[in-house]
Ligand binder design. Structure first.
Ligand code: FMN
Length: 198
């Protein structure tokens, strides 16, 4: 299978990036092909321009970087999105990727306010990290907000089958090596569980 892995974290040494690399390495071991979109290192422009809200025409073509990103989604069987929760949401870099790439006519259509996803048939995996413990996020209702907005409103609305939302909580600076190893093993196991060897 073809996997597109989109990850957003400003630091190359972050645990977020380590999870993305381990997940991709496991998929490659299983015989899958992977493309990593490391949005910060690519210098992805997350700012949606006014002309991108206008209908696509000969004199208003889709921006080159968005067209390439959409082609890479079209080409993939599975989209995996990896980011830390910042203010319970995705980093602005990832939000800008979604705003620009998951455009009307590509990711969804809407009629009378009802959204219809256009990417059905594709699978997705969502991997998030938080500083807070998951039970605290659940207890405050924050976890429900995360699921409604990110799992349902974005991925499922666009038509993806969400196979798993894997969350790593209590990810703090200087994570104990044993905990880090456990998390890395967990993200590798997620790859094996959903995508057996080709
Ligand atoms: C700007 C910012 C906002 C954050 N907001 C939250 C938050 O709302 N809830 C939470 O549990 N953790 C929050 N965190 C903590 C991060 O989720 C946590 O540090 C990150 O998942 C650790 O991953 P990393 O080591 O790859 O950075 C925030 C961190 C930053 C930098």
């Amino acid at each position: 299978m073809k996997h597109l892995i989109v990850v957003a974290h400003p630091s190359e040494e972050s645990f977020t990036l380590a999870l993305a690399r381990a997940y991709a390495a496991e998929l490659e071991l299983l015989g899958h092909s992977t493309t990593i979109y490391d949005l910060y290192r690519m210098g992805f422009n997350p700012v949606l321009a006014a002309h991108e809200l206008e209908p696509v025409r000969a004199d208003n073509p889709v921006s080159g970087d968005v067209a390439r990103a959409q082609e890479d989604i079209r080409d993939a069987d599975v989209l995996t999105v990896i980011y830390p929760l910042w203010w319970l949401s995705m980093p602005a870099m990832m939000k800008g990727y979604v705003d620009r790439v998951f455009a009307r006519g590509f990711a969804y259509e809407s009629h009378g306010g009802i959204v219809h996803g256009l990417l059905s048939g594709k699978k997705s995996v969502l991997v998030t990290l938080s500083g807070a413990p998951l039970p605290v996020l659940v207890q405050t209702g924050n976890w429900n907000a995360v699921q409604v907005l990110q799992d349902t409103h974005i991925l499922r609305s666009a038509g993806f089958e969400l196979l798993e939302h894997l969350h790593f909580d209590e990810v703090v600076p200087h994570l104990a090596p044993a905990v880090a190893d456990q998390h890395i093993a967990h993200v590798r196991a997620c790859a094996r569980k959903h995508f057996p060897a080709n």
